[in-house]
Design a binder for this molecule. Structure first.
Ligand SMILES: *Cc1c(COP(=O)(O)O)cnc(C)c1O
Length: 317
């Protein structure tokens, strides 16, 4: 089968032929090729063409395709069973690796995607603070959960408008949009909504509007505004975590968030993500606390093994 034939068939059964819209080549033109396998820095398609792969699965593959350490960890773990629905030591090992590295992360919970990590972090932040209002920034992407699919309204201090079909206006009415690196836009939201803002989420190094680092002064002022107003500061490090440095953004800004979200590199190419932070906040999660959050495949052993292998190599340097 040629790429064209295979993609035609995919389109018959899968909307747009892809399971994530960025794979449709929309911003680069042409049609997707269909992958047969990866090899280090290369992808090989079903026609045998080799491509130098600058995308690396959009972030997870920090060691390239088929890294031998990750591959052998995955194979050895898969032979012992693919999912248990009961705790395994692999979860504790990966959690400890993260908590030992990040002094503001005392506890973590694993999920299966970055979307789940940010969505759950916001839920626990709201549960902890007891306030529904959420501040996010134009240009930052935090996955595809309803409350986060918001584009600018008529101004940075207005409520957000949904930027996707199927997202009820009611769901985004507690999402307030601010402008990146513009502290006045944040201050205005806090001032106009006293006692209402329970969480603020930001990519401390924005990777989803080109590469835009946050000013350190801006971040430390965010830290101060959140403390002053009883809001939980969430750093979304799904992209920057374990990549910008072994700690993500911390080595550049020195700012400690209350909660941090991880994804991509943390799963070594398998579906794993996590959110973590101060124990006082994380202990609000069920079964310790009243904030419900769950997942059949959360902490999946194969994904944990891939994550342990991947982070161990990063931390060994
Ligand atoms: C990729 C990304 C997400 C979403 O992660 P998924 O695993 O695709 O759901 C969230 N936040 C940031 C910063 C990301 O880059």
């Amino acid at each position: 089968m040629t790429n064209k034939e295979a993609f035609g068939l995919a389109k018959k059964y899968i909307p747009g032929g892809v399971d994530s819209p960025v794979r449709a080549f929309g911003s680069v033109g042409g049609e997707p090729f269909i992958v047969e396998r990866g090899e280090g820095a290369y992808l090989v398609d079903i026609e045998g063409n080799r491509y130098l792969d600058f995308i690396q699965s959009w972030g997870p593959l920090i060691f390239g395709h088929c890294d031998p350490d990750i591959e052998s960890a995955v194979i050895a773990t898969a032979k012992k069973g693919l999912s248990f629905g009961a705790p395994s030591n692999l979860e504790t090992r990966l959690a400890k690796l993260i908590c030992d590295e990040f002094k503001n992360v005392e506890k973590v919970r694993f999920v299966s995607s970055g979307t789940e990590a940010t969505m759950s972090a916001i839920r626990v932040a709201r549960g902890f603070s007891g306030k529904d209002g959420l501040i996010k920034f134009e240009g930052c992407y935090h996955g595809h959960s309803d409350a986060l699919l918001v584009k600018a309204g008529s101004g940075a201090t207005t409520y957000g408008n949904a930027s996707s079909g199927g997202v009820p206006a009611d769901v985004v009415k507690n999402t307030y949009l601010a402008r990146y690196n513009d502290i006045e836009s944040v201050r205005a939201i806090f001032e106009a909504n006293p006692g209402k803002i329970g969480a603020l989420i930001i990519e401390p190094i924005a990777g989803n509007m080109g590469l835009v680092p946050a000013d350190n002064e801006f971040l430390s002022e965010l830290r101060r505004l959140c403390d002053q107003n009883g809001a939980v500061l969430i750093f979304d490090e799904v992209m920057s975590g374990f990549r910008a440095s072994r700690h993500g953004s911390f080595e550049f800004n020195g700012i400690e968030a209350d909660l941090v979200t991880f994804g991509k590199v943390i799963g070594g190419g398998c579906p794993a993500a996590a959110f973590g932070g101060k124990a006082a906040i994380m202990d609000c999660l069920s079964p310790e606390g009243a904030v419900y959050q769950a997942g059949t495949l959360s902490g999946n052993p194969v994904a944990m093994a891939a994550g342990i292998a991947s982070l161990s190599k990063i931390f060994a340097d």
